[in-house]
Write a protein that binds this ligand. Structure first.
Ligand code: FAD
Ligand code: SF4
Length: 519
């Protein structure tokens, strides 16, 4: 098996990771490089700099989860692995959920493992927005390759697609819309459709079982259940970080933590990094910390078939279409635990129960959009560490998602469904013919007519050539603090058009190699 050759497989991939039960008192330590956050952006830097011979400490607020810790029940799983128990929401002209993980591995632990390179036009747009001309697709390609190789990224095999993914393909084929198996960071995926509650098959190459163990093998120290709270700033430098040990699940604060470091890398995620900077009173010459939040709003249509398709079988998001990507539209197959999907079904009482009984005949397909014109912000609340998130979904972007929903509806019908559940206010809850579904195009949708969710977030510490246009420079270095770097998705100057994880990791790889060359 390919995995055995490239990477030793340990019975316990988290061996060496410090956990809450091991902390007997306050923690004081020093290191060359302190990385905050073990998600895609942080874990890459920890491994690369530890392998380059630096003394690395990685802090992670969440605990590690092993295969045996994953539960399929959505409520319990979300309570344990997601911030605010999965109920975190953005407020603005609509109110919608946005999920971020609190776990070793960050979002990579619970995401669908889709790894997509951003197209060239994304980098051109970024350069136009904030002057990042050095950051071309060609410049990032070697870093995409390094990450893909390390994570066994490849197309989802047809034998684990399952009928749900194959019906999407069938619909796209019938309409001449290009579609393909998603590329994913998995080794030996069994198509169990459980990515959201954690991979019990050990197939997903989330950072907690890939980059973090490699960092530890290279000498990095990894402390979980530790929340970084304040950067210690002296002039133009950060000399360390103060924080707290936080008990998993109860969030009870215990011991104090103080780490001195020659260089600090913030990778706490697009929502948490600005909070740390704001609470630390870090200089912000451009005034962009926490501003320019961008999201990929997404909406799903449920296709209902006459025959059972057992939608729980098959890779979580095994197929997608990039056919309309230049129009800011990405089409995907979706899957999530029954309780999450059930919340989206129409009806009450017996009617609702009747809809639930068609569960084995349903397939959710979704559209996500780049939402280039909509903006939001992240602000530290006065008390506590949760962010206050605002986002306004502007009408031009609602129009784009409406166009995507029209196309998605066509795909559902071309795939052979007998009905669709569009999930839109002002549109019938169940539509039984293609002709009737034209209302999805005909009725002008308002943001408040949609049930959207957005788990791809960027822009809150954006990269820019000039200090007055952003927070970090093209090397990922803070414009005003010379030994502070940021490597989470907050540094994207705009939408990556596709799913963000791989671009985040490629950027982190590029920034880490740059640090290793300079420091
Ligand atoms: C359900 C879901 C499915 C998704 N599917 C995909 C997909 O298939 N493909 C894709 O490309 N993207 C997907 N995404 C998005 C992707 O997971 C994120 O974009 C990615 O994880 C962002 O990486 P990051 O390193 O910027 O932040 P995160 O992954 O959020 O990592 C940040 C880490 O920092 C920790 N942290 C935060 N604050 C502190 C602190 N103060 N001290 C210490 N540690 C702290 C957090 O606990 C977390 O572990 C999905 C997201 C969700 C929620
Ligand atoms: S589909 Fe199942 S086996 Fe495949 S990566 Fe996701 S959880 Fe693991």
């Amino acid at each position: 098996m390919k995995l055995d050759v490239a990477r030793p497989v340990f019975a316990d991939p988290h061996r060496g990771v410090k956990i809450f039960a091991e902390y007997a008192g306050d923690i004081r330590a020093s290191c060359d490089v302190l990385v905050i956050g073990s998600g895609p952006g942080g874990a890459v830097v920890a491994k690369e700099l530890a392998e380059a011979g630096r003394d690395v400490i990685l802090l992670e607020e969440g605990p590690p989860f092993g295969k045996k810790d994953f539960v399929q029940e959505a409520g319990e799983s979300m309570h344990r692995t997601l911030r605010e128990g999965g109920t975190r929401a953005a407020r603005g002209n609509l109110f919608f959920p946005t999920m971020q993980a609190i776990a070793l591995g960050g979002g990579s632990l619970i995401n669908s493992a889709i790894c997509a390179r951003s197209p060239s036009f994304v980098f051109d747009k970024w350069a136009e927005t904030t002057g990042t001309h050095a950051l071309t697709r060609a410049a990032l390609d070697p870093h995409y390759e390094r990450v893909e190789k390390f994570l066994f990224v490849g197309p989802t095999p047809m034998d684990v697609q399952g009928e749900r993914n194959l019906r999407f393909k069938r619909g796209c084929d019938a309409l001449g819309i290009s579609s393909e198996p998603t590329f994913r960071n998995v080794a030996g995926c069994k198509g169990s459709g459980e990515c959201f509650t954690g991979c019990r098959n050990g197939a997903k190459q989330s950072t907690d079982v890939s980059y973090v163990p490699a960092a530890i093998r290279a000498g990095a120290r990894v402390f979980t259940s530790v929340r970084a709270e304040h950067l210690v700033i002296a002039g133009r430098k950060v000399t360390g970080v103060r924080g707290r040990v936080v008990e998993p699940f109860t969030r009870k604060e215990t011991h104090a933590v103080e780490i001195e470091a020659k260089l600090v890398v913030l990778a706490a995620g697009c929502m948490a990094t600005p909070v740390i900077l704001q609470k630390s009173n870090a200089p912000d010459p451009g005034g962009y910390v926490g501003k320019e939040l961008q999201l990929h709003p997404g909406l799903a249509i449920m296709a209902v078939y006459d025959d059972p398709i057992d939608p729980w079988k098959g890779a979580t998001q095994g197929f997608h279409s990039l056919h309309y990507i230049e129009d800011h539209i990405k089409l995907e197959v979706l899957w999530s635990p029954p309780a999450v999907l059930a919340a989206r079904l129409p009806g009450l009482g017996h009617e609702y129960q009747g809809t639930l009984l068609t569960y084995d005949r349903m397939a959710p397909f979704d559209v996500i959009i780049a939402a280039d014109r909509s903006r939001g912000s992240v602000r530290a609340k006065r008390n506590g560490w949760e962010p206050e998130i605002r986002f306004d979904f502007v009408q031009e972007d609602v129009d784009v998602i409406q166009r995507g929903l029209g196309i998605l509806s066509d795909i559902c019908w071309a795939s052979g469904c007998s009905g669709i559940l569009p999930g839109l206010h002002g549109v019938p809850e169940i539509i039984s013919s293609k002709a009737d579904s034209e209302i999805i195009r005909a009725r002008r949708l308002d943001a408040r007519d949609t049930i959207t969710a957005a788990n791809h977030a960027f822009g809150t510490t954006r990269m820019s050539r000039r200090p007055e246009d952003g927070v970090v420079d093209e090397d990922g270095r803070h414009h005003a603090l010379e030994n502070l770097y940021i490597t989470d998705t907050g540094i994207f100057p705009g939408s990556p058009a596709v799913n963000p994880m791989l671009t985040c990791m490629a950027l982190a790889d590029r920034i880490a190699l740059g640090i290793a060359a300079r420091w």
